[in-house]
Structures are given as C-alpha cells and as structure tokens.
Design a protein around this ligand. Structure first.
Ligand code: UD1
Length: 421
C-alpha cells in the first residue's frame, strides 16, 4: 500500500491544471446504457473510481475503451448482456447505483446491489428508489439487491424530492429521458454535474429543460443516440488546489478554473483573507497578507459551500487566527479527518455535526492515516504547511478522486513523493 511523504513549509507558485470532474464522469458513463449509439466523453479524469465504473459497465456487456491515456472514454452499449450490477463491484463505489435508472428505462428491468454503508455516513438510496417508483417502476428489495421492473415502460410523472440528492436527481433524470410523457422533478439538486449530465443527454437527443435549477422538466423521447461530450471541470479538485497557496502562501493559477463553479467557497476564502482573481486561463489564488483569518462555514447543497471541500477548508482553518466553526449538514459522520489533523497539532473540538477549530501558528508533521477521499487530501494540504515531515498512509482513498497529485503539487514547488510500503 502506498504512502505519500511530504516535507512542508515552502510557499507554492506556478500553475496547476484542473481535470474533468470525477462526479460528473461517474454519472455521464452510465448514460451510455440509454442508447445503442456511441458515447464519447472527452476531458475524463484518470482515477480509480472511473476504473470501477468501467468494470461495472463492462460486466453488463457495455464496451468501454480508455483512449489518449484515459482522457477520452469511448462507450457503447449496443450489446448489453446482463441486467445485474453485482455486489462485488457496487460495494466499492456508491455511484454504481446510477446504472439502475438507465437500465430500467431502456430494458424495463434491472437488478442492482444496494451499495451498503459508507465511512462518511449511512447514505441510503431511498430517494433514488422513490423517484423511480414515481415513474412507474415496481421495486422489491431482496437478498441485498433492488429488483426493479417496469413492464409497460416508465411513465412521466411529477415528483418532488423530499431532500436534495445529487445522485437521486441524476438517476431519475436519466430514467425520465426515455419515459412516456412529461416528467417534472422538483427540489432537484442544482450541482453543475447535473447541468453537465443534462447537456450530454440533450446532445444524445433528450428533451430536458431547467437542469441547474430546482425544477427540471423532461419530455420523454422514444430513443436516444450517440454524442461526444466534454466532462465539466472538477470544482472539488479546483477548490482543493485553490487551498494549496492559501495554506502555504505563494500564488497558484488553477488552469481551467471558473468562479461560477466555486462561488460560495471563493466567498469564504475571500473572508479568510485569500485573494481569488479570474484570469484568461483560470483562477489565480494568493494569500493577501499575514495569517489567514478564522471564518465560519456551513455545508449546503449547491450553490452553497460543498461538503466535499469541508475537510480541506478545515485544514486551512487549523492555522487561521481565531476560532472557526464548521457545520456539516449533508453527511452525519464527516469529521474523521479531525483526529488526524490533531495529530499534527491542530486544535479541534467536534460535537455532533459541528467542529470548532482554534487556529494554531504552525502545524507539525506527523504520521497520519487517510480515512476517506476528501479527508486524505485535507491531510496533504495540512502537511504542505506543516513543519517537518508528514507521512500520509492509505492513499488509495486519494487515488479514487485525485489524479497525479504528487506531480501537480511537485510542479508548484512542494516537496512530495509517493513511496510503496
Ligand atoms: C454526491 C457526490 C459526493 C458528494 C454528495 C453531496 C457523486 C458520485 N458523489 O453523492 O461526492 O459528497 O453528492 O454533494 O456525485 N440521501 C438519502 N437518501 C438517498 C440519497 C441521499 O437520504 O436516497 C442523503 C444522503 O445520506 C446525504 C444527502 O442525502 O445525507 C445528500 O446525498 P446525495 O446528494 O445523494 O449524495 P451522493 O449523490 O451520494
């Protein structure tokens, strides 16, 4: 198992290219199941989660080829041979549930394993299932699997999500493209990945309006065709690398970065004393002067502050002047990075969904353990600012969502290397 070793303290300067969004790619790939035609995704990120979705789609009979070193994915579902998404693959990645809507819509039946628990909270899939039921699916939970059928095909309907869910919105949206009649989804998630999915589906011939707002209207069509679609920039990778010069000092330009993808996050950076400037190539970030100021953060669905940047923001606030409060409202158990940051000298009190961080002048390097994807990168950010050496273990979490992290940070002056243990 690999570790990442970092020697902190140096300010960073230069530019970092931002990849295509993992979370967008993970919902665009299953869209292949909706059509006979070829789907080509450009600007795909090279990540182990994309490999897991590839394995899952191939297990159903889809063809998935990674071209140009994985930056382009060519997908085809003209010969789907299985309707069963097996537990062995689904348990590795929750986004696997996103094959359910498309399979059901195109083939009228599917069996998908329930994803099971997850380190950052219970994360049920009830909203996915209720949305599909509203479109006429008959569902049965048996042997750990969702057995779904829609004998006469799915039918358009009005459905209001009782809670905003990114994955459930994506699943039901994909299913609705092939349902008979009109579907109106209310209280839909507004994340940029949903607008990206809708734009790809529309390029495939779907008729979707309102994606990116809380009400999405879909006119079902008979069939969809192929398309070529560029994956939207990864706003979470963007926010993560925006924090690198914020935490170390220096100035980094995030290539491909867009303020509209990280508005609420950039506003909190500004309040903490970090400058963010739009350039022709992306976003340039620098610390304005002296120590960062403490700020309060509450995670919310888009356009609010993303839960996927909470751990990284906490790393920054560990060295801020004053006391910051971080409130996590999306996942109930998402402070597992706090005890690891405390091993590096951070002062953090966690009570339920709230963490109180008292900034310290300097963090100190230590051996730490990654507990989940975003937690692992928060430890890397903290290590960049810490005095001495930090060894981050269990970096397989990191590889799920960040491509070439050592190269990207190394290129802006960080002392960082991967070692095999
Ligand atoms: C997606 C992202 C993940 C991000 C999260 C919130 C992908 C692959 N993953 O996850 O990185 O952290 O959005 O921005 O895109 N919930 C239910 N029932 C459901 C579904 C969700 O109760 O059927 C709850 C969840 O437990 C959570 C909240 O709703 O508390 C939001 O989850 P959701 O938006 O669905 O997250 P994911 O789509 O799983």
């Amino acid at each position: 198992m690999d570790s990442i070793v970092i020697r902190g303290g140096a300010p960073l300067s230069g530019s970092i290219p931002i990849a295509g969004a993992k979370n967008a790619c993970l919902t665009l790939m299953p869209a292949t199941l909706l059509t006979d035609g070829p789907l080509t995704l450009t600007n795909a990120p090279r990540l182990s989660d994309i490999g897991t979705m590839t394995t899952l789609l191939q297990s159903l009979g889809a063809e998935v080829s990674a071209l140009q070193g994985g930056k382009v994915l060519a997908l085809s579902s003209h010969e789907i041979s299985s309707m069963r998404a097996d537990y062995d693959i689904v348990r590795k990645m929750r986004a696997s549930i996103l094959v359910l809507g498309p399979l059901l819509a195109r083939y009228g039946h599917a069996e998908v394993s329930l994803p099971g628990g997850c380190a950052i909270g219970a994360r049920p899939v009830d909203l996915h299932l209720r949305g599909l039921e509203a479109l006429g699916a008959e569902l049965e939970l048996r042997d750990g699997y969702v057995h779904a059928k829609a004998p006469g095909g799915l039918k358009g309907a009005e459905f209001e999500f009782p809670l905003v869910s990114v994955g459930a919105t994506e699943n039901v949206l994909m299913a609705a493209t092939l349902a008979r009649g009109t579907t109106v989804l209310r209280n839909a998630a507004r994340e940029p990945e949903i607008a990206d999915l809708a734009s790809c589906l529309n390029a495939m011939g779907a008729q979707i309006e309102g994606a990116g707002t809380d009400t999405i209207t879909v006119q079902g069509v008979e069939s969809l065709g192929g398309a070529t679609h560029p994956v939207v920039v990864d706003r979470i990778e963007l926010g993560t690398y925006m924090l690198a010069p914020a935490i170390t000092g220096g100035e980094v330009e995030c290539l491909g970065g867009r303020l509209d993808l990280v508005g609420a996050f950039a506003e909190r950076l500004d309040a903490a004393g970090i400058g963010v400037e739009t350039t022709e190539r992306g976003l340039k970030v620098s610390r304005r002067n002296g120590r960062v100021s403490a700020v309060d953060v509450t995670t919310e669905p888009f356009p609010g502050f993303p839960t996927d940047l909470q751990a990284q923001m906490m790393a920054l606030l560990c060295t801020a002047e004053g006391v910051s409060t971080l409130e996590e409202t999306i996942f109930e158990n998402r402070f597992m990075h706090a005890p690891e940051l405390m091993r590096m000298g951070a002062r953090i009190d966690v009570h339920g969904g709230t963490a109180r961080v008292t900034g310290v002048e300097r963090l100190k390097g230590a051996p730490v353990m990654a507990t989940d994807l975003r937690a692992s990168v928060s430890l890397i950010l903290a290590a960049l600012a810490a005095e001495g050496e930090t060894v981050v273990r269990r970096v397989y979490h990191l590889d799920r969502g960040y491509e070439s992290v050592e190269q990207k940070l190394g290129a802006v002056g960080a002392t960082i290397e991967r070692v095999a243990e």
